[in-house]
Design a protein around this ligand. Structure first.
Ligand code: FAD
Ligand code: SF4
Length: 459
């Protein structure tokens, strides 16, 4: 029997416990709760939720199967559109996508689509499922980067019989899913499972290969690849260019999170050097800033403060992650901007100087521009400053492949099918758009796979 008729709360680890461990915070629904939630879905004829999902998952289709307790059927519906449902069920901003337009949400709370997707995907990952390797069509495709765009493009092409090889610069596969998003939000074993399935489909993965250094895109064509997809992400961190940013103890959020995620700095027995600050200040307000501040707390900081130049309403991070951060004891200084990092005689961080801001006229993004309040300077003591101000695409591919054109923000220019200015080279994800979301990167990987298939079908 179904348990409830209102949207369920996600069971979570208690804040005072989870603030000191890296285990997953959200624990997942049980079958009865998931079925009860599925029963709340109207199975709307116009399916607004589907149109709001960047990969157009047949959401009512999978929810109806879940309602009938046909979990394999529910998974089959999701997997027609998404290769990474266990990932998306955890990290997608559903509140602004499918759940944001859910008909049920007009009068009460929307269907917990993300929780249900996660439930079905987790059930599937626990089963022993055979993956059949499709017959090869003999066409070789190289994928640069193993983030969600590269993995999705690889999976879709492998299912169609393409001979796919992924080249990944790092020693671990998964892009931001493994080096950026921390274990407590996305356990690495979930990404590993998805990668295992790709290998079963026949995808070859070469790690520790930096395209543009180890070999160029033109070298890949010389080696016999017929097409290339570039999903190299946007891993180049931005800084504020304020005095003191070169002091010991100032890090980019990317470096901080990569060291924790890939070099096991979160295990207290690890020998990987990482600064364990007592009072850590994180500058920025996005998902990356939330991951950095919550990781700093888990590394043992006594106090963690987030400094964000706009107000709480403009915070770009997912609301749930912000609330989780607050519950874990993170302090927030809104409408505040650093102007200088202060150092001691040994060039180590000893504090940060900030100014207070107020919101003025709207800028080109439509958000009200923060303006400095004169004479509002103040200092805060801290020993680590983590800059989380966004990232841009790394220029390496562009610099070594001049016929691939980029825009003024460094994003690779593509047509509506994901094709770059170079013949047989496609691109997608953050490398094209700049830092965005997992599901958008997956959508771009899917689009490019379909364009590559069309290109060879027409040949
Ligand atoms: P990436 O995931 O960046 O993968 C690119 C891969 O290419 C990397 O593995 C990189 O090592 C490799 N590479 C780069 N250059 C080369 C080269 N020259 N040769 C070979 N390999 C190369 N999105 C959400 O939807 N929800 C979230 O909650 C969320 N949280 C985030 C938290 C953090 C800390 C970060 C950093 C991002 C977060 N995002 C989130 C954004 C999301 O993860 C990205 O938009 C998404 O991963 C982009 O996918 P991608 O495939 O384009 O690139
Ligand atoms: Fe169900 Fe909401 Fe989608 Fe309607 S909009 S089909 S209620 S999930």
């Amino acid at each position: 029997m179904a348990k409830t008729s209102t949207r369920p709360e996600m069971p979570v680890q208690e804040p005072e416990v989870r603030a000191h461990n890296f285990d997953e915070v959200a624990l997942g629904l049980d079958l009865e709760t998931a079925v009860a939630e599925a029963e709340r879905c109207f199975n709307c004829r116009n399916k607004p939720c589907v149109g709001s999902c960047p990969v157009n998952i047949d959401i009512p289709g999978f929810i109806m199967r879940l309602k009938e307790r046909d979990l394999q059927g529910a998974y089959d519906v999701i997997s027609q559109s998404s290769n990474l449902p266990a990932v998306c069920g955890r990290v997608c901003p559903q509140e602004t996508q499918c759940e944001g337009v859910c008909t049920r949400g007009f009068r009460e709370k929307p269907i917990a689509i993300g929780y249900l997707e996660r439930f079905v995907a987790d059930w599937h990952n626990e089963q022993e499922i055979e993956v059949n390797k499709p017959e090869s069509n003999g066409i070789k495709v190289a994928i640069v980067g193993s983030g969600p765009s590269g993995l999705t493009c690889a999976g879709d092409l492998a299912k169609k019989g393409y001979d796919v090889t992924i080249f990944e610069a790092l020693h671990k596969v998964g892009g931001v899913l493994v080096y950026g998003i921390p274990e407590f939000r996305l356990p690495k074993k979930i990404v590993e499972k998805e990668v295992e399935n790709l290998k079963k489909l026949g995808v070859t993965i070469n790690t520790n290969v930096v395209i543009g250094r180890s070999e160029s895109i033109d070298d890949l064509f010389e080696q016999g690849y017929d097409a290339v997809f570039v999903g190299s992400g946007a891993g180049l961190p931005m800084f504020m260019k304020i005095p003191g940013e070169n002091l010991n103890g100032v890090l980019s959020a990317n470096e901080f999170l990569t060291r924790i995620n890939l070099m096991k700095a979160y295990e207290f027995t690890s020998e990987t050097p990482i600064v364990h600050g007592k009072h850590v200040v994180v500058v920025g307000g996005g998902n990356v800033a939330m991951d950095a501040c919550r990781s700093a707390m888990r590394l043992g900081a006594e106090k963690v403060t987030v400094v964000y130049r706009r107000s709480e309403e403009e915070l770009p991070a997912r609301h749930e992650e912000y609330l989780h951060a607050r519950e874990e004891g993170i302090k927030f200084h809104f409408l505040t901007n650093p102007v200088e990092v202060l150092g001691d005689d040994d060039f180590k961080v000893k504090g940060i100087k900030c100014v207070k801001m107020e919101l003025g006229e709207a800028d080109e993004s439509g958000r009200r521009r923060p303006v400095v309040i004169e004479g509002s300077e103040y200092e805060m003591e801290c020993d680590v400053v983590i800059m989380s101000l966004g990232t841009t695409p790394n220029p390496l591919i562009k610099d070594t492949t001049p016929d691939i054109e980029v825009n003024k923000r460094g994003g690779i220019i593509v047509d509506e099918g994901g094709k770059t200015t170079k013949d047989a080279v496609y691109a997608g994800g953050d490398a094209v758009t700049g830092a965005a979301t997992v599901i958008k990167a997956m959508g771009a990987g899917k689009l490019a796979a379909s364009s590559i298939d069309e290109y060879f079908s027409n040949k």
